[in-house]
Ligand binder design. Structure first.
Ligand code: HC1
Ligand code: SF4
Length: 575
């Protein structure tokens, strides 16, 4: 162990611990703009500078390991002056637009400026004149607000293996852009939004569509319906001071009704339906050889985009099931509209999702309009939804809980856990077990798929047959799993897995690119725990137990995996 002193307080840490992390251990918070707990330090900003008393050296604490006997000072007037100097330079090329920025009151640069009392500067405000990139309609890049911390690049390249973003130019002209200086929409970007989730400022934000939704809610000709994703319920509370992971489903339903939505559905219902169709697809591929194994999940649009761009040889392995919110969208404009006697042309479907990629998924016009209309009209992120609650004057803390509209809103615990990595697999195994054996597994908790390990593998025996599964989250982790599949295919060997779940974002949707800021593994675990608690406590824990799904097949869809289900609930991919 290493023994040192920070501001006179002794500290003992493992070798290799940075000064920044060692300081946290003795409750000293060293300010930084470029270091994110998820990401390797780059030392780009220089704000985390500290002084080593023994040598008189000033060092960047985020990327310097603490050494034996170091006597470190973190807050001398000299250090504060250096930090103020760095901030002054940063602010001199940053637009003064806090009041009209989506990160207002939630911006790491703004917070530092406030902490350091940055009331003015002798430096001129020279903001580069650069245009916004709104081309993806999922995320918006404003290079003028970039502080060149490099977090978005690190997460895009190292964690997602997408390599869409990079720094262009050098020196004062350095700026963030899609590599090659092309519109982001023409780059390899898969719209996962992890860049925006890791950006400290308003340089990368969600493509805001709240005004479109407010306008529709005022339109007397529109019949607005809404659905919420599994992961939204355990994250939106963070914007209102609730503990991380607090499940606020009932308050969300109540708020949406107050906003004026005529029906409040739940994407968890769609998740149950996805499982019914996908587990049946899995059973047919496994037992009847009707398609390629492993079956690979397709409910994450970031992953679908990634597969289409980089792993086209996997297309036959993809489940043809649409993602749950697309299923609910298609049913809202067919089944629900018909039952309620509403003109489907008037039904306007809003999804509230933890995801920026869903904004692009809904406009895949060829594949996502099986109802005869665009199945989902607008997809909002959790962050946009939190702003809408605030704008509407709803007291979210005290509003009493309500129920969803059950026809497309009742769900099981299997639907809820979709929002965490491994949840889709666990939900699918519960129902696949039933389909293969005719009875439920004695225990429906398949813990092997849970947790934040980048790749999780497991095996179980169902009706005497071994089923091997893999779960990957964070796109860089997918490669290892796919390589195993390719290697076995080329060697003519038995498949290493029968079923693979992939989610683009670390932690799955709980860590989605549209969720409230501050994503760390601790936070992802707490949000996931909120979902697993609901699953444990629920009346139904397997998708095939959902009585409203049974009714949907009986009244409207007919057979599971049948013609009507295929028309409305399944899709295809393009490479
Ligand atoms: Fe997800 Fe899904 S789990 S993709 O991450 O399959 O966004 O939460 O809604 O559609 O159900 C997201 C979450 C979400 C879909 C479901
Ligand atoms: Fe969106 Fe979830 Fe996929 Fe992330 S993991 S891109 S939040 S669907």
């Amino acid at each position: 162990m290493i023994n040192a002193t920070i501001n006179g307080v002794p500290v003992e840490v493992a070798p290799g611990t940075t000064i920044l992390d060692a300081a946290r251990k003795v409750h000293v918070k060293i300010p930084t703009l470029c270091k994110h707990p998820d990401l390797e330090a780059t030392g780009a900003c220089g704000i985390c500078i500290v002084k080593v008393k023994n040598t008189g050296k000033m060092l960047r604490s985020c990327c310097t390991p603490i050494d034996e006997g170091m006597d470190i000072l973190t807050e001398t007037p000299e250090i504060v002056e250096v930090r103020r100097g760095v901030l002054e330079l940063t602010l001199s090329r940053h637009p003064n637009e806090c009041l009209t920025c989506l990160r207002n009151q939630n911006c790491e640069l703004q917070a530092l400026a406030a902490d350091f009392g940055m009331t003015g500067s002798d430096l001129p405000n020279v903001v580069p004149d650069l245009p916004l990139d709104t081309s993806t309609r999922s995320i918006v890049l404003d290079p003028r607000k970039c502080v060149l911390c490099g977090r978005c690049i690190t997460v895009c390249q190292q964690h997602q293996n997408v390599w869409a973003l990079s720094f262009l130019n050098r020196g004062f002209k350095t700026r963030i852009a899609a590599a090659g200086d092309i519109p982001l929409a023409d780059s390899p970007c898969v719209r996962c939004g992890q860049c925006s989730a890791h950006c400290p400022t308003g340089a990368i934000v969600e493509y805001d569509e709240t005004v479109d939704v407010w306008n529709k809610l005022q339109d007397p000709d529109a019949y607005c319906v809404v659905q919420i994703a599994p992961a939204v319920r355990v994250a939106v509370g963070e914007a209102f001071g609730f503990p991380i992971g607090a499940n606020l489903t009932g308050k969300i339903y109540a708020s949406l009704r107050r906003m004026g939505f005529k029906a409040v559905f739940d994407t968890n219902f769609g998740a149950d339906l996805t499982i019914i169709e996908e587990a049946s697809e899995f059973k047919s591929r496994l037992l009847d050889g009707t398609g390629a194994l492993p079956l690979i999940t397709s409910c994450c649009p970031g992953w679908v985009d990634f597969m289409e761009k980089f792993h086209g040889d996997m297309i036959d392995h993809f489940s043809s099931c649409k993602s749950p919110h697309e299923m609910v969208g298609a049913l809202s404009k067919t089944y629900y509209a018909h039952k309620m006697g509403i003109d489907p042309a008037k039904v306007f479907v809003v999804s509230v999702m933890p995801c920026t990629a869903k904004k692009s998924e809904i406009i895949r016009s060829k594949e996502m309009s099986s109802s005869g209309y665009q199945d989902v009209d607008v997809s909002l992120t959790t962050r946009e939804f939190a702003r809408m609650i605030k704008q509407s004057g709803i007291d979210f803390v005290s509003i009493p809980e309500e129920q969803p509209d059950h026809m497309l809103g009742a769900y099981t615990g299997a639907g809820t856990i979709f929002g965490a990595t491994g949840g889709v697999m666990e939900a699918a195994l519960r129902t696949a077990h039933y389909y293969v054996t005719g009875h439920d597994a004695p225990r429906v908790d398949f813990e092997m798929t849970r947790g934040l390990e980048g790749v999780k593998e497991g095996r179980l025996t169902v009706a005497g047959k071994e089923i091997r599964v893999a779960v990957a989250h964070g796109l860089a982790n997918v490669e290892e799993v796919l390589e195993k599949v390719r290697a076995a295919r080329e060697a003519g060997e038995e498949v290493p897995y029968h079923f693979i779940e992939v989610m683009a974002c670390a932690g799955g949707c709980v860590g989605g690119g549209g969720q409230p800021y501050g994503a760390t593994n601790e936070l992802r675990s707490k949000r996931a725990a909120g979902l697993y608690q609901e699953d444990q406590a629920g009346l139904w824990r397997c998708s095939h137990h959902n009585p409203y799904i049974k009714q949907l097949y009986a009244d409207f869809l007919g057979e599971i995996g049948g013609h009507e289900a295929h028309e409305l609930l399944h899709t295809s991919y393009q490479v």
